[in-house]
Design a protein around this ligand. Sequence first.
Ligand SMILES: NC(=O)c1ccc[n+]([C@@H]2O[C@H](COP(=O)([O-])OP(=O)(O)OC[C@H]3O[C@@H](n4cnc5c(N)ncnc54)[C@H](O)[C@@H]3O)[C@@H](O)[C@H]2O)c1
Length: 365
Amino acid sequence: MTGSTPTAPAVKAGIIGLSWIAADPPGPASWHPLGTAPPYSHASAMDAVGGVDVVAVCDIQPDARSRFLDRWRNVWPDVRAFDDVNDMLEVQLDLVSVVTPDHLHGSMIERCIDAGVKMVFCEKPFTTSLDEADRLLERIDAAGTTVSVNHTWRWRPEVAEALEMIGRGDLGPLSHVTIEAGGPRAMLFRNLSHFIDLAIHLVGVEPDWVIGELEHGTGEYGLSYAGEGGSDPTLDPGASILIGFSGGVRAFVTGLKSSLPDVSVQVLCRDGRISIDGLGARVTSVSRTSDGTPASVSGPAIHPLRPRFTSSGMKAGLADLIDSFRRGEEPSGSAQSARRTVAVIDAILRSHAAGNAKVPVARPI
Ligand SMILES: NC(=O)c1ccc[n+]([C@@H]2O[C@H](COP(=O)([O-])OP(=O)(O)OC[C@H]3O[C@@H](n4cnc5c(N)ncnc54)[C@H](O)[C@@H]3O)[C@@H](O)[C@H]2O)c1
């Protein structure tokens, strides 16, 4: 979580898709993912990170283009708005944010690669099929494009702190992760992808297998994406998932429309638990005697988790992308890491179709 180098030349940037998540001014910092973008949109993150000059934006809707120009022309006076992405990509750009509906992400990344864009910051999900993810990974590797997928929870300061605690073994070995999300929203591909990514990020190893069930009442869904971009929540089902990781750690992830619009993240280790939910972030720990038995299970210590990191959400993700590109490294939200989330979603659909069978998660080709 570092800022980008202030002395570097300005990054010439573009944005494809200009809805609120691309164009809003920064909102009040909030932990909660369900309200306004917490706290950045793509444009406000580009503004906040510094050294980014937005010169070209695109949307098929005239209203979205004029709203963007009204809002941001005072910050980027030279910005031009296009109605066709191919025209926009004739402008030479270093970085492009892809903020279109879910099923267009893959083809937009591909067009950016064709146009020689060096960095792509793409909304989740990375793609809406595993085949497309694998084809795209080959193209990304061949072109050397640095791609980061905006699974925004990765860049929450509490999550970064939790990850460091797990890595140091502060609470003993990791046992399992539970994440509960809910609300009447487009779920599996659109919102649950945040929490599948988060579970994989926290556990830190390859997911091996999945047992999945689409939410009661979903009916026949099949093995292919049917969400039509994500704007109609009824087309993107909720799900309950058990993910098995190599080494024995498990993750339970639910995203149910019948449940309240809330999120609870619990990281359970041998000697304690990290909780991130509506009450804030906190650590519950038990101490152990010298022979290793828990000494204070009845009176665990609970204290707030105070992250040292200050950069959050999209601003942190964007800074990580630019810094990683400049260092020649893979960003935290790399296309490779985002492919794991697509592979787990693919496994959920296969498991559901096979009567909740335990199915392997397809490894990269
Ligand atoms: N990371 C987060 O926290 C977060 C939050 C909300 C949305 N999202 C993601 O952001 C993306 C956009 O979400 P949304 O609800 O605003 O979607 P949306 O369906 O409203 O589409 C976004 C914009 O893309 C434009 N668009 C559609 N096709 C286009 C094309 N071919 N060329 C150029 N512009 C095109 C639309 O006109 C619209 O203005 C989705 O992928 C969604 O999953 C992420």
